[in-house]
Design a protein around this ligand. Sequence first.
Ligand SMILES: Nc1ncnc2c1ncn2[C@@H]1O[C@H](COP(=O)(O)OP(=O)(O)OP(=O)(O)O)[C@@H](O)[C@H]1O
Ligand SMILES: [Mg+2]
Length: 256
Amino acid sequence: MSLVVEGLSKNYSKNLVALNTISFSAKKGECIGIVGESGSGKSTLGKVLVGLENYKEGTITYNGAPVVPTKRSRLREYRKNVQMIFQDSSSSLNPKLPVWESVLEPLDNFKECSPAFLEGQNLSRKETAEQLLIMVGLDKELAGRYPEELSGGQKQRVSIARALSIEPSLLICDEPTASLDVTVQVQILNLLKDFQKKMDMTILFISHDIRAVTFLCEQIIVLKNGTIQDQFGINELYHKSRHPYTKALIEAASIQ
Ligand SMILES: Nc1ncnc2c1ncn2[C@@H]1O[C@H](COP(=O)(O)OP(=O)(O)OP(=O)(O)O)[C@@H](O)[C@H]1O
Ligand SMILES: [Mg+2]
């Protein structure tokens, strides 16, 4: 897997530059953190990368081929390999569907996928969903419940199970722990870390919390007003060459 983003720009309106010539690349198995204050363009970047938002300029190249929003067959192939977990698990799960049906959405969309966890097994659809719930540490009894009957942490695990079901090579996590209390945040981060290692997945981890980012990622991109301010390896976090804005983020998180 390789993802190369070059000169990506997006405006929501004439005066609102949400992304300004963003360039970076990600290789197989890498975990890249994207941090920045509220409104810096993090979610916009995630949505553009997953094909949910259009962009004005620049290129996104996945495994050597450009991802063009208007080329539907190419986009489908890309989406089969790229999944996103959203900040607000409540709105990303359909309240009218029992959990197990939501979990199966990606596998239903991409029937050609044959993930390793299903190999050699002859499971019904519901059993497949239960297996996925067990994988993310949930009781399979939750399969028949509706989202409103789950806690925030449980919903986020369901979203993770759904995203991992087709074994994406690239997983974009947009503030996956922001709405959770600290102990559950750590559990979810550990879960993501385990899967990242097991599946050798590439993760783009979006967060306003630089501590969460340093826990998971080797590379960090700092965004402000849609512009990359700083970009560095985790070993250089405390280096004197860090941008003042990065230093301020570190200080605010009091991890010095
Ligand atoms: N659909 C939209 N229409 C118009 N403007 C938008 C839209 N979505 C986001 N914006 C604007 O684009 C800018 C970047 O927003 P974005 O949601 O990407 O920020 P963010 O870094 O994810 O913030 P947060 O940490 O609060 O989630 C903000 O100024 C926001 O108001
Ligand atoms: Mg956001």
